[in-house]
Design a protein around this ligand. Structure first.
Ligand code: CUA
Length: 158
């Protein structure tokens, strides 16, 4: 019968599309899911307090590098250390961050700084702070009951 033939074609087309879709999904999940945040440096989450530079969270002047300061953040549910930091305007800053417990985010609102912090990995990002004012740091990965309260502040000063 004619109808039967058409139905069979549609079925084949449908299954074919589904397979293509699943393959694309599988491939992208593989590429995105198995990579650490933004660099390959690893860290023992148990020893963060004793591991450089995380033994001294905060802003540090750096000599002989491409950047002026290093800004070290340690995240844990539900806070960042430091909870507030002042950066001199125009500074080139390398943000270095990790987490003590679960996955957290580190997004500086109003900038393109948006990092994912994964336990066991160190995330880094170099940025220049040219605009005066206060910038809110937010966690953009759901990390538990206090997720929405998790924040820090960057104050860019003259
Ligand atoms: Cu930390 Cu959400």
């Amino acid at each position: 019968m004619h109808m039967h033939k058409f139905e069979k074609l549609w079925l084949i087309f449908g299954i074919g599309s589904l397979l293509v879709f699943l393959t694309v999904l599988g491939v992208s999940a593989f590429y995105m899911g198995n990579q650490p945040p933004s660099c390959l440096t690893t860290i023992d989450p148990e020893k963060i307090d004793k591991t450089k530079p995380f033994d001294k969270p905060g802003l540090h002047k750096i000599e002989g590098q491409d950047w002026d300061y290093e800004l070290v953040f340690v995240a844990q549910a539900f806070a960042y250390n430091p909870g507030k930091v002042e950066i001199p305007k125009g500074s080139k800053v390398k943000i270095i961050a990790t987490t003590k417990d679960v996955i957290h985010g580190l997004e500086v609102a109003g900038t393109n700084i948006n990092m994912m912090l994964e336990p066991g990995f160190v995330s880094e990002k170099v940025a220049t702070f040219n605009k005066n004012g206060e910038f809110l740091i937010l966690c953009n990965e759901y990390c538990g009951a206090g997720h929405h309260m998790m924040n820090s502040r960057i104050e860019v000063v003259e």
